[in-house]
Write a protein that binds this ligand. Structure first.
Ligand SMILES: [Zn+2]
Length: 709
């Protein structure tokens, strides 16, 4: 539904027809001339050009010069800024860089519709009229209403992005508006277009962000957005972002510190598909001995799903070495994870080359797989619109409109209802299929799925029982999952900041920024649940930032916010117990042996070489291991608090088929048909292993029969 609402709507600057302003090239001038003859198409082209330049914004030396001149002399400013590329970044209403007390308004309809809610892409709670509504709405309906931003220092204001109210119950948006500037918030100067006051075109729907660039940018400290007309069946409501370049102020201590964000020399920008490939290639060239690029499949439109492997022996699984993965960009418009993974591969490569001990250790002991873009089709759609104009949902879904986080076989419901619900009927996206077979090919132990649009870490289950909208639905490994989530949340610099403002309508800080996925909102068919129920891999979801598509200027600081969390989380793969399960006589590893922890209803299976990993919190554990054709073995293993796994090897003695059957008949460990129902709750994992494991078992049995014959 959201997709339909988000039809393409370009910004039109009403007054542009008369604008003497030339932006950057001849094409633009032509467009302006044509638009004088009311050629709307040309105006749209012009806006298209401008939109592009916004997205590819780079630090611009000339601009700083223009600002200096501007602040010295108002007359001078117009000359200097004419022809300047309007590429000032958003001041941060969306990213929350602008604080609530920097926003004021002439009036407001209710507390939940106050000026602090007038932020681009802010999301309302489920009901209207609560504390967290979806816009600023004026309390009075006339043309004197305004939303005001105090930029706290002289700023060259270059434009505004406007959006309607986020609501499923009411329709409110502003159609046209004026803009005023002030240095002291008492004397106001209108935004001009030549000799006339500029009037800008705002919205025609609730969600599409519309950009307007000022014909005559101005340096000031305050800016007001002043609605003139609005949707006739609604009232004055808007969400906004303001574009501006802060003017350096040598006298102000507050702003004298460098704000660039990171000292790491990484490629901080948004990488589209081709740029991402190039960057991955360059990392591979820089670190050929520890990296390998491979693909796990293709998107619907044929873009490849690239993975960067990092290991001291790329391309091979080493006995006993755990496998880790990060997956980003499952929702194509939640782009921060993609950039963080590109940063991370560069950072690990360079750290390794420089001999950084922590990185060297990590690379030697772990096989790391980074998938920066699970939904490259969706990403390209969002990227085209750019960080400010892609809205809230554009690019979230696959090309076919599939939400991949609802697209994995829904094992929870199979498990709980003991029947295969819509699993076979469901259309599975090629991207989802690719990831599923990747999860089956590699014995992953730990993973995180990187999303955006909130600041919280969620752990499975993501799906409630019986279709309840939200309910705490823990796994058997709840304690360890809470540990994992806490590791990320408590080291992420934004989440860990007790002063931070909530993103939209939910206060996750009261839960230390972690929550059971199903307790937030139920998601049937999530990747986390599939991973836990169908494979040995524990996976959590990280919601990385309030803003799904942060402006390029935010990327260095976002890297710093997440760097330690990303590294520390990977290191958690070395917790619990691990070992190799071998045949006593041949010493060969035994694949597919079951590792059961007494008191925990979730079993792990050994990998092809007989090695296994069982993530556990510190404590004493009774471990039972069995495999088809062997006597079960029990060992006691203890896990300490140090971040390396306790080695717990097992050697199993072969038994005759008859002997095994006897053990099973006397209430042994392997569930048979009749025991399945009785033990349903305790043996969740085994039952949930569904089709493929059953299928494998059948194949194995058939093979055994063939061999016996
Ligand atoms: Zn998401």
């Amino acid at each position: 539904m959201l997709m339909q609402r988000l039809h393409v709507c370009a910004a039109i600057i009403l007054c542009i027809a008369r604008a003497r302003l030339s932006f950057e090239n001849q094409t633009v001038d032509n467009n302006v001339t044509k638009s004088e003859s009311n050629d709307l198409k040309s105006v749209l082209n012009l806006v298209g050009n401008v939109t592009e330049s916004l997205d590819t914004a780079k630090p611009d030396e000339d601009h700083t010069q223009a600002q200096r001149n501007a602040s010295e002399d108002g007359e001078q400013m117009n000359k200097e800024t004419h022809g300047a590329k309007p590429d000032c970044p958003p001041l941060g209403l969306e990213s929350l860089k602008v604080s609530d007390d920097q926003l004021e308004s002439s009036s407001y309809l209710s507390v939940g519709l106050g000026p602090h809610r007038g932020r681009l892409n802010i999301q309302s709670g489920i009901e209207d009229d609560d504390e967290y509504d979806g816009a600023w709405c004026a309390g009075v309906e006339d043309q004197e209403q305004w939303l005001q931003l105090n930029a706290l220092r002289p700023t060259l204001f270059t434009g505004v992005i406007l959006q309607g109210r986020n609501s499923i119950w009411s329709l409110n948006w502003v159609r046209t508006y004026k803009v005023q500037f002030s240095n002291d918030s008492s004397v106001w100067q209108p935004c001009m277009n030549g000799s006339e006051e500029a009037v800008f075109v705002g919205n025609e729907d609730l969600e599409t962000p519309v950009l307007a660039l000022f014909p005559e940018p101005l340096v000031a400290q305050y800016i007001r957005i002043n609605p003139q007309t609005w949707f006739s069946n609604g009232t004055i409501c808007l969400r906004a972002e303001v574009l501006g370049c802060p003017v350096p102020d040598p006298d102000s201590q507050h702003f004298s510190e460098s704000e660039s964000g990171s000292l790491d020399d990484l490629d901080f920008r948004h990488h589209n598909y081709n740029e991402m490939r190039k960057l991955m290639k360059s990392v591979n060239d820089e670190c050929p001995n520890i990296t390998r690029i491979y693909t796990i499949g293709r998107s619907y439109t044929g873009l490849k799903l690239y993975v960067m492997e990092i290991s001291d022996n790329p391309g091979k699984h080493e006995l006993g070495e755990p496998e880790f993965r990060y997956v980003a960009g499952m929702h194509g418009n939640e782009v921060l994870g993609r950039e963080l993974l590109l940063n991370l591969m560069q950072y690990i490569c360079r750290g390794y080359n420089r001999g950084n001990q922590r990185i060297v250790q990590l690379v030697k002991d772990t096989r790391i797989h980074l998938l920066p873009s699970m939904n490259p089709d969706g990403y390209e759609t969002a990227y085209e619109k750019g960080s400010e104009l892609s809205g809230w949902a554009l690019g979230r879904y696959s090309f076919e409109g599939i939400d991949m986080n609802h697209n994995f076989p829904d094992l929870n419901n199979i498990m709980w209802d003991a029947q295969e619900l819509a699993m076979d009927k469901k259309r599975v996206a090629p991207e989802t299929r690719a990831v599923i077979s990747w999860m089956q090919d590699i014995p992953f132990v730990l993973s995180a799925n990187l999303h955006g649009g909130e600041l919280v870490v969620t752990y499975p289950f993501d799906c409630t029982r019986d279709w309840i909208p939200r309910q705490d639905t823990p796994t058997a490994d709840n304690d360890f999952f809470r540990w994992l989530a806490t590791v990320y949340a408590s080291t992420n610099l934004v989440m860990a900041n007790p002063e931070r403002r909530i993103c939209h309508s939910e206060d996750f800080q009261q839960h230390n920024n972690i929550i059971n996925g199903a307790d937030w909102h139920t998601v049937p068919g999530s990747m986390n649940d599939f991973s836990y129920l169908h494979t040995n891999c524990f996976e959590i979801t990280v919601e990385l930032s309030c803003d799904k598509f942060p402006h390029v200027s935010e990327l260095p600081i976002e890297w710093e916010n997440n760097k330690e969390s990303l590294l520390l989380y990977m290191e958690q793969v070395h917790r619990g117990i691990k070992g190799v399960i071998r045949d006593k006589d041949t010493r060969a590893g035994i694949a597919n042996a079951v590792i059961k922890v007494d008191g925990l209803g979730h079993d792990i299976r050994s990998a092809v070489d007989g090695d296994y990993w069982r993530l556990l919190n510190p404590g004493e554990y009774k471990i039972t291991v069995w495999a088809e054709g062997y006597f079960p073995r029990i060992r006691h293993c203890s896990v300490g608090s140090e971040p390396h796994a306790t080695i717990c090897d097992f050697t199993l003695t072969k038994t005759s088929q008859d002997r095994l059957k006897q053990i099973l008949a006397s209430g042994g460990k392997i569930p048979r048909d009749n025991q399945v129902r009785i033990r349903a709750m305790r043996m969740r994992k085994l039952r949930a292993s569904t089709k493929i494991l059953n299928h494998r078992r059948e194949q194995q049995q058939r093979l055994n029969k063939v061999k016996r014959k």
